[in-house]
Ligand binder design. Structure first.
Ligand code: NAD
Length: 296
């Protein structure tokens, strides 16, 4: 049997994350001795100041790598030796590989969304796309959409400054895409012309029920991609389906970001279909009333 592999996830409020189970089950299915630990900064009563020590300790203890989640995806960069091209452009890291004495940052949030999009919304029109939410997940999604050649991407956020800075930071990287920023008051006008909309705010999570915008604004020909994945079927997806829209659940992004991280850690491709089936099983099994703050 191969040597054992230890990886982990650093973040806050991640005690109920599904990521360890997904990684360990895939590792076992591939015959690896693969252990994936949770390092919950909140539960350990630590702060962001402890992050460099935790990352260095994991490297010293022989961890193969770490996933990094909210709220450390930007701050971890200061601790690293190298970044992948995409992580450097995004200014965010969710995967750290310890390799030959170096700590190398990657970002699989954008590649995970991109892969899920290719599989779930193949062939859709991408001339005019609206994105609601310009936070951490929104940055990765916008990067993936621009990489796919969206002609005009309008970023909408309750915080107009965030929408503007997300749009501005992508402009120089993707000259073929036109970026616009807008506020919630503009949603009706933007959706009237949109081929598709991606939702990337926390609204719709178990802890934040609801829909971030009025779904009656959706036209049947508009595709809808969700980033929230717990629950797997958000109120937005239910409303969009009932209006006849093509939809994409946030579970695909969650599975593919984990599959891409698995490959970085182990050097072996993950079986994303097997991981997806496992995730559906985990989500189906859980008590949705006890999920608050359980995301990774
Ligand atoms: P964040 O706090 O970094 O950003 C959220 C953004 O949404 C903020 O800019 C906020 O101003 C904006 N916002 C909130 N309510 C709004 C509204 N009603 N209208 C317009 N804008 C609004 O959060 P995040 O880290 O980007 O996470 C967002 C969601 O994405 C969470 O539910 C998270 O769990 C999910 N997520 C999913 C995956 C996945 O793999 N599927 C990965 C990362 C994050």
């Amino acid at each position: 049997m191969d040597e054992s592999l230890v990886c982990g996830l650093i973040g806050t409020g991640i005690g109920k994350s599904l990521t360890p189970a997904m990684h360990e089950r895939e590792g076992a299915a591939q015959g690896l001795r693969y252990v994936y630990r949770i390092v919950d900064i909140e539960a350990l009563a630590l702060t962001v100041d402890d992050l460099p020590r935790l990352v260095d300790t994991a490297a010293d203890l022989g961890f193969r790598g770490l996933n990094i989640t909210h709220p450390f995806k930007q701050s971890v960069i200061d601790v690293l030796d190298e970044l992948s091209d995409d992580a450097a452009k995004l200014g965010a890291v969710n995967t750290v590989l310890f390799d030959q004495g170096k700590k190398i940052g990657h970002n699989t949030d954008w590649s995970g969304f991109g892969r899920s999009f290719e599989l779930g919304l193949a062939g859709v029109r991408m001339d005019q796309v609206a994105q609601i939410g310009a936070g951490g997940a929104g940055a990765a999604v916008a990067y993936a959409l621009a990489s796919k050649g969206v002609r005009t991407l309008t970023v909408i956020d309750a915080d107009p400054g965030r929408a503007r800075s997300a749009a501005r930071s992508l402009e120089s990287m993707f000259p073929a895409t036109e970026f616009a920023a807008a506020g919630p008051a503009d949603i009706a006008g933007v959706l009237a012309a949109a081929d598709g909309v991606v939702h990337a705010t926390p609204v719709g999570m178990v802890a934040h029920p609801g829909v971030a915008f009025d779904p009656s604004l959706l036209r049947p020909q508009t595709w809808v991609a969700e980033v929230v994945y717990r629950p797997a079927k958000t109120e937005l997806l239910i409303a969009a389906e009932s209006r006849g829209c093509r939809t994409l659940s946030g579970t695909g992004m969650a599975v593919h970001q984990a599959a891409d991280a698995f490959e970085i850690f182990t050097g072996r491709p993950a079986d994303a279909i097997r991981m997806s089936a496992h995730m559906q099983e985990l989500i189906g099994r859980e008590d949705t009333t006890s999920l608050a703050g359980a995301l990774s």
